[in-house]
Structures are given as structure tokens and as C-alpha cells.
Write a protein of this length. Sequence first.
Length: 312
Amino acid sequence: MTVHKTYLQPASVHEAINMAVHAENDFRFLAGGTDVMVNRFQGNETSSCLIDLSGIHALKEVKKDGDYLMIGSLVALHDLQNHIEIANEFPVVIEAAHAVGSPLIRRTATVGGNILCENRCIFYNQSDWWRNAVGFCLKCEGNICIATGSIKHCYSEFVSDMAPALISLDALVEISDPEGVRRIKLEDIYTGDGVRPRNLDRNAVITSIGLPLHQEFHSVFNKLRQRESMDFTSLTTVVSLNKNGKVKIVLGGVDPKPVIVGGSRNSDIEVLVTQALKRSKAIDNEIFSRNYRRAMIRVFLERSFEKLFVEG
Ligand SMILES: Cc1cc2nc3c(=O)[nH]c(=O)nc-3n(C[C@H](O)[C@H](O)[C@H](O)COP(=O)(O)OP(=O)(O)OC[C@H]3O[C@@H](n4cnc5c(N)ncnc54)[C@H](O)[C@@H]3O)c2cc1C
Ligand code: SF4
């Protein structure tokens, strides 16, 4: 049997959506490809058609739109630092970008691809023959979770480093799909289901990520990983405080979706930390144990509040 593989390069978002509709779900959008291509090599991504968005120049712009700074979804992580408004108003975005992978990856990887990168698990991110030998799990069409024994739930970890920073700054995403264009809160695209971690229409293109201007955010970013270069997160925490005293805590790496806790400058820190711990469903499915990562949630959050409130 001949397997047909197609590679398409649309010049506009409209064209990309049309190509997607014609590919009838058997396709994958490609931005920098640093996540998609690894998943293809491991046999976890098998679409016949790749629709490469990288020729759509309109998605590489950063521009103001009313009270928002709109960052094009195809802006490379390395290039975020070249934009003065991002550096001045949202330095944590650059810090988070800098924590992703390696310098080479950051020159190719995009913001849009980062917020949509696939959830991870030590039993899933393996070669096809490894998974075949051990047994396929719920996330790759098996019938049991190898990590927990559950026949219902997958707790693959949400690992984007950019999303926690962006969500803590009240980011929204602009989405184009066959129905038109809309803007929603970034956190609303995540489901918490490790098998299908996002609820976007399959044909939807994320065109930009919007950040609210003039909020005078102060933010603290922390990332736990085995090696300071290259490794995916085992726990990312971001705590942001705006000019009105609103506090937003966002965790990555300890649940199938970003864990979010809201509060204010006057909140009891112990209560906020307890809520964050309660909402995180970390399991033993990566290099550091669940217990260690949970202990580090408290350590990172207490350090973050110390930095925000005591050191200013
Ligand atoms: C060695 C290594 C280390 C890494 N370390 C980290 C890390 O520390 N932290 C981290 O967060 N990530 C890490 N990554 C994962 C990945 O490199 C990043 O998440 C990267 O930002 C993904 O962006 P991309 O443009 O390459 O996405 P792609 O691989 O092109 O796409 C990722 C997903 O997003 C979809 N997509 C992309 N753009 C759009 C769009 N505009 N509209 C709709 N769908 C879209 C694709 O279809 C795909 O499902 C690492 C990867 C490797 C190989
Ligand atoms: S958490 Fe379980 S079902 Fe999900 S990817 Fe890991 S082993 Fe598979």
C-alpha cells in the first residue's frame, strides 16, 4: 500500500484554514517544528499532511491593538527580546522564553507552538518499539495508564514554559477558524485531559497572543529541571502581581493543564500555596518524583512571594 505524505506551505491564514479543512483531520500545522517533528520521529504523530505556517509573514509581527500588545504566534522565542515593549512591560515573557530548550531550539521554536506543545510523560515520549514492548497506554490508543493503572484518566504533564508566564499576565489568544476570528483567555484552551489537552477546533490557527498593557506587572519565574540547559520542565511556577494588587499564580509541569490560583496582595500566602498544592495532580511519570515536585511547589512559591513583597 502506498502511503501519501503531503507538505503544504500556505501564504495566508485563510489559505491555511482551507488546506486544513480539505485535509479532513489527517494533518498537523507546523510552526518551528521542534515539538511536532520529535513526536513524528517517535511515532506519536502520524498525520499524512503537514501544513507549514512559517511562510505567513503576518503572524511574525508584534503590534499594539488598543490596550493590548499582540505578539504574532510565529514570533521565534529568541526574537522576543528584540521587542522593547515586551522587554519593558513583560520581562517575565523573555525570562520564560529563555528557559525553553537550548539556544538552537529557541531560534526555531515559536510562541504559538510553545503554548500548544504536546503534554509529556516518561511512558509516552518513547520510541514506537519501546512503547510496543512495554504496552501502549491511554494516550497512544492503549487501554490502561501505565503510570497509575487507571483505565480512564491520563495525567500527562503540561510542559509549556511560556504559557504559565503568559497566563499570569492575563493573556488572551486570537484564534482564526472556519467560523471566523475570536479572542479568548489563554487558559480556556486547556482541558485538563492528558489525552486531548486542548479544546481548539482542529482547523483553528492561533494568530496572536495578546497581553494587557499598562498593568505594571511584577513577576517571578522559577523552573525545576535536571540540567539548566535543554531539559523540559519538572515544575514551572510564575507569580505575577499587577498595579491593583491582584496576584495570579500559575504552575506548569504538575498537572495535565496549567494550575491557576488567584489572590491579592493581602491574601494569606499559606492559603494560596495550599490551594496550588490541592489543584495539582502530579503523578510519578517523569524524572523527579511526585513528592519532590510537590515539595518544590511550596519552596518556589514561598521564594516568589518573598521576592515580590519583601525585596520589592
Ligand atoms: C530538546 C528539546 C527541549 C525542549 N525543551 C523545552 C522546554 O524546556 N520548554 C518548553 O516549553 N518546550 C520545550 N521543548 C518543546 C518545543 O521545542 C517548544 O515547546 C517550542 O516552543 C514549540 O514551538 P514550535 O514552533 O517548534 O512548535 P511546533 O512543533 O511547530 O508545533 C507544536 C504544536 O503546535 C501546533 N501549532 C503551532 N503553531 C500553531 C498555530 N499558530 N496555530 C495552531 N496550531 C499551531 C502544531 O500543530 C503542534 O501541534 C523542547 C523541545 C526539544 C526538542
Ligand atoms: S499518564 Fe498514563 S496514560 Fe497518560 S501518557 Fe502517561 S502512562 Fe500514558
